[in-house]
Design a binder for this molecule. Structure first.
Ligand code: Z5A
Length: 214
């Protein structure tokens, strides 16, 4: 089996920027890497992503949002993630189920037991080998994201929503330290990358010849 690495955090914290950095590190160490994202990663998943993120006159219910995230995920697992892991590849995914706990659980207030049921159904035993949560205060993420593009349906939420999302991510890192780590993403990019490199080493994803110092 390959390894499954996911990147998480509130909007604008630098997931896209750091995904490329991790891909380069893994490829330089000879791994076959599949980079993908959620919601998305398959034709059906990308169609669901458009439905989930576009604005509409008719407000989407939180339950419909949750189920669409898992519909996209079930397709993604079957068509992309599991075949790649079975072929000993490294799967690097921009968001996964921890985003559902943070956004639909923390942000929308849905019962996390419902999310856990769907997680067990869609994924069985599968959990990421490592989830890196890029953590930064909401105003920093929003400021960075705002410079880049117009907000989508979820990005339109108030700051309080994103504060709950962030709190939920931080709780997950506390509860599952064996597979989830927190990186301080409020720092300069080089510093964030140095922290990521150290975590990849500590979680046994990457074997470095030289020790890394921050
Ligand atoms: N969602 C959900 O609700 N439930 C789920 O189960 C899943 C997802 C899977 C789509 O996510 C939405 O789906 C998301 C959660 C929801 N909605 N929200 N919010 P997405 O990942 O596609 O989109 P996003 O969260 O909006 O990410 P983003 O805006 O693309 O941000 P990012 O990838 O983390 O950041 P970035 O593009 O790499 O960086 C933003 C800017 O900051 C850019 O100009 C960088 O050059 C700059 N940057 C990055 N790092 C730094 C540092 N360290 N210093 C200074 N500037 C920096």
């Amino acid at each position: 089996m390959g390894k499954f690495i996911t990147l998480e955090g509130i909007e604008g914290v630098g997931k896209t920027s750091n995904l490329e950095y991790i891909r380069n590190l893994l490829e330089a160490s000879g791994k076959h890497v599949v980079v993908t994202r959620e919601p998305g990663g398959t034709p059906l998943g990308e169609s669901l992503r458009s439905l989930l993120l576009q604005h509409s006159e008719d407000e989407m219910s939180a339950d419909a949002e949750l189920l669409m995230m898992f519909a996209a995920r079930a397709e993604h697992l079957k068509k992309v993630i599991l075949p790649a892991l079975e072929a000993d590849k490294y799967v690097l995914c921009d968001r996964f189920t921890e985003a559902t706990y943070a956004y639909q659980g923390g942000g929308r207030g849905l019962d996390t037991a419902k999310i856990a049921e769907l997680e067990n159904w869609a994924q069985a035993e599968l959990r990421p080998d490592l989830t890196i949560i890029l953590d930064a205060p909401v105003h920093i993420g929003r400021e960075r994201a705002g410079k880049r593009s117009a907000p989508d349906r979820i990005e339109k939420e108030e700051d309080d929503f994103f504060k709950r999302v962030r709190a939920s991510y931080r709780e997950m890192a506390e509860h599952y330290p064996h597979r989830i780590c927190l990186v301080d993403a409020s720092q300069h990019l080089e510093n964030v990358q140095a922290q990521i490199l150290r975590q990849l080493h500590e979680y046994d994803i990457l074997h470095l010849e030289q020790p890394v110092s921050l």
